[in-house]
Design a protein around this ligand. Structure first.
Ligand SMILES: CC(C)(COP(=O)(O)OP(=O)(O)OC[C@H]1O[C@@H](n2cnc3c(N)ncnc32)[C@H](O)[C@@H]1OP(=O)(O)O)[C@@H](O)C(=O)NCCC(=O)NCCS
Length: 373
């Protein structure tokens, strides 16, 4: 439940990440598998994007199921109960339904009765927009315990007949918990922005009120993501560089002091262009695009998870999180990592122990059919 504190009681305090969780569906779709679906090659995908494989959720698995598993892991690591949560925010472009929100569904599945819950829609910047909201609630004293999730079933809105987009995306979820932390740890600065003039370069036209679902929208393929790749590429490099430089300069942090840079995982070449211009060493950068592709709002939390679990971020390290996405939207958060190595919970009851299935869900078949025609 959110706090109804009086103005006098509310004062700015530091918010920090106190736990992380992740869930990736076990079924792997490799570039070689994609060669069977569209006219592409492993070499082309690796060279142009850095992606080698991605995960695909099984038929019937919902986005909220992925979010639930990632959230349960974050809660278990922190030793929190779901009933302790004041607020749940889910960033997603693939909600289970438009109404109610995915965060409502997640709150119900977790048993977080009474917690405030809503979704944030800012495409690939969604997770940092949602985190901004959670951090602000903790800083202001309105909330003490916030769950922020980035969770996607991108393979459900991917056109499996369009090689220029279907090789890029994957399914997955990451979760963090936010709480007050002592200075100098926690979130130091945040920056959000957007430029709506670019709405046409990356979009899914149908399913909203402009083009409600109809036979016509389905025939036109308007329920899939459409993208002008090269244009998005240029805008991505420009906006991520600008956000990074602004946050570092206005907080007087030299790039060499960063313990870890985590950029939105859309294309390895975008991340390399940005980090090279910032003068970062490869050891300062954490990526997971090679294994998971672009999981949209899940890329940043799953990278934080990986960096933490692999010991690449330590308590007190400066961490810069930067993203861009459809809209065009962009976001950055500069923080000092607030926790030491979190406990490994792999063996704990209730955490994922799924095994891969070797058949791909039916939604990948339309592309295959189209190729064969
Ligand atoms: C999509 C992207 C990988 C394409 O790479 P690119 O180097 O820009 O390639 P282009 O789109 O210019 O296409 C070059 C050629 O490769 C072809 N091609 C496109 N996809 C292909 C694929 N999967 N396999 C093989 N060839 C492919 C194109 O048809 C084109 O062929 P042509 O020269 O004969 O016309 C790249 O533009 C990109 O990553 N953009 C940003 C995407 C992004 O960030 N999206 C998420 C935003 S949150």
């Amino acid at each position: 439940m959110m706090k109804g504190r009086s103005r006098r009681d509310r004062r700015i305090r530091r918010a920090g990440i106190v736990s992380v969780g992740k869930y990736m569906p076990p079924t792997v779709l490799t570039n070689r598998d994609l060669e069977e679906i569209v006219d592409t090659s492993d070499d082309w995908i690796v060279e142009r994007t850095g992606i080698r494989e991605r995960r695909v959720a099984r038929s019937g698995e919902r986005q909220s199921d992925l979010a639930l598993k990632a959230s349960r892991e974050a809660l278990a690591r922190a030793g929190w109960d779901a009933e302790d949560l004041d607020m749940i925010i889910v960033a997603t472009v693939t909600p289970d339904y438009i109404v109610p929100s995915s965060a409502n569904t997640l709150a119900g599945k977790l048993g977080a009765i009474g917690a405030a819950s809503s979704d944030t829609l800012a495409a690939c910047s969604g997770f940092l927009y949602a985190m901004h909201q959670g951090v602000t609630a903790v800083e202001s004293g309105r909330a003490d315990r916030v769950l922020v999730v980035g969770s996607e079933l991108m393979t459900t809105i991917t056109n499996w007949g369009d090689r220029s987009t279907c090789v890029l995306f994957g399914d997955g979820a990451g979760a963090i918990l936010l709480a007050p932390v002592p200075e100098p740890l926690g979130v130091v600065d945040m920056l959000l922005g957007s430029d709506g003039r670019y709405e046409e370069v990356l979009r899914m036209r149908a399913g909203g009120s402009a083009f409600p679902a109809s036979h016509e929208t389905v025939d036109k393929g308007w329920h899939y993501l459409e993208m002008e790749g090269p244009e998005v590429f240029k805008l991505a490099v420009r906006s991520m560089l600008q956000v990074s430089s602004t946050l570092l300069e206005r907080n007087r942090i030299k790039p060499s002091r960063l313990g870890c840079f985590i950029g939105h995982q859309a294309n390895l070449r975008i991340i390399e262009a940005v980090t090279k211009r910032l003068g970062l060493k490869p050891t300062q950068v954490y990526n997971n695009i090679e294994r998971y592709g672009n999981t949209t709002s899940a890329t940043i939390p799953t990278c934080m998870y990986g960096a933490e679990m692999e010991g690449k971020i330590k308590k007190g390290d400066w961490v810069l999180l930067v993203s861009f996405g459809a809209g065009l939207t962009w976001a950055g958060i500069l923080l000092r990592w607030a926790v030491g190595r979190l406990p490994r919970l792999e063996e704990k009851a209730g955490l994922p122990s799924d095994t891969a299935v070797d058949t791909y869900p039916d939604r990948l078949k339309p592309g295959r059919d189209r190729q064969e025609r």
